[in-house]
Design a binder for this molecule. Structure first.
Ligand code: APR
Length: 311
């Protein structure tokens, strides 16, 4: 039987995720949005591209009809408002928390066994909302942040050294925001740590560009935020789960004492397989790296506390 992935939100990120999943023939795709006509129109458009792109994935789009999500292995949530210039991801907090709650209530009813990949921002806080609302096991609530931030870091490393992106590997941990923690010691080109290939000054500049990667694109687009790379990142995570690849990727997951962090969603290396976030990988951090991760955790905790206060 074919696998099914539901994508909630047929906007820039959602429609692009639907396209990537369909074109890779990872699963059939259900696309759900509150907008009238848009999910159906985009699904039909993607379906009409299939003969040229040579895939047989089925893509169906509907408005508010969650019955279409029944039987999904994975539900990717991109519903929400994106950033505009001058806004931080945190500025989206209350609006997107309300949207997340309503979406997850529906999903928990029709697809109680699904694995949730959360994309809406502010990401780490939205994972808390999804976790609390769904009541799902922590392994089945995973946030997309580190794969995207690491991809940005990798792209900049490849540009710096004029090497193939395929030679690059990078780890960015922590929250999906200004406090993210890029780890140059664990970032390599053909297995060689970048600390041996790039000057400390240039690494710092690349880290800064990575931290501001989303903001740089918001500044250029003006009417919304990045979507091609976020969609690629969510698709890589979905693929690892659908194919039970046991792939270690930086993902936002629920920590209960790992890295000295308790009851908080934040980005760390995770093994992704058919059960979801199957294992948290604890890597050794220097005092400085650990301090940055703890600072990042405090920032997420602040947002989670704000959410509780706002109800
Ligand atoms: N249910 C379903 N869909 C919803 C709901 C809801 N309750 N509320 C909003 N949406 C839909 C919108 O109608 C829109 O089509 O979510 C879609 C969001 O699409 P865009 O505005 O294009 O935003 P996008 O760039 O895709 O970003 C979505 O991902 O990266 C994050 O910060 C970003 O939180 C934002 C989210």
């Amino acid at each position: 039987m074919r696998k099914k992935v539901t994508v909630i939100g047929a906007g820039n990120v959602g429609a692009t995720v639907a396209m990537r999943i369909a074109e890779k023939e990872l699963a059939d795709v259900a696309l759900i949005d509150i907008l009238e006509g848009v999910p159906a129109g985009k699904a039909l458009d993607l379906t009409e591209a299939a003969p040229i792109e040579t895939h047989d994935s089925k893509i169906i789009g509907v408005t508010n009809d969650y019955s279409l999500a029944k039987g999904s292995e994975i539900v990717i949530v991109t519903a929400g408002i994106p950033r505009k210039p001058g806004m931080s991801r945190d500025d989206l907090l209350t609006t997107n928390a309300g949207i997340m709650k309503s979406v997850i209530k529906e999903i928990a009813t029709v697809a109680p066994d699904a694995i949730l990949i959360i994309v809406s921002n502010p990401l780490d806080a939205m994972c808390h909302v999804a976790f609390d609302t769904s009541g799902f096991d922590k392994k089945r609530v995973i946030g997309m942040a580190g794969v995207l931030d690491s991809a940005r870091f990798r792209a900049f490393i490849a540009m710096e050294l004029n090497v193939s992106v395929e030679n690059t590997h990078a780890f960015v941990l922590g929250a999906h925001g200004d406090t993210m923690v890029p780890l140059p010691r664990y970032s390599t080109v053909a297995g060689i740590p970048i600390t041996e290939l790039i000057s400390a000054e240039r690494i710092e500049a690349i880290i800064e560009r990575t931290r501001n990667g989303g903001g740089e694109i918001v500044g250029l687009l003006k009417t919304g935020s990045a979507f091609y790379a976020p969609a690629s990142a969510a698709t890589e995570m979905a693929e690892a789960i659908l194919k039970d690849k046991k792939k270690i990727l930086p993902c936002v997951t629920y920590l209960q004492g790992e890295y000295g962090i308790h009851n908080l969603f934040i980005g760390v290396p995770v093994k992704l397989g058919s059960a979801g976030a199957e294992e948290i990988v604890e890597i050794k951090l220097t005092d400085d790296e650990n301090e940055s991760l703890q600072r990042s955790a405090q920032a997420v905790q602040g947002l989670v506390d704000d959410l509780k206060r706002l109800g």
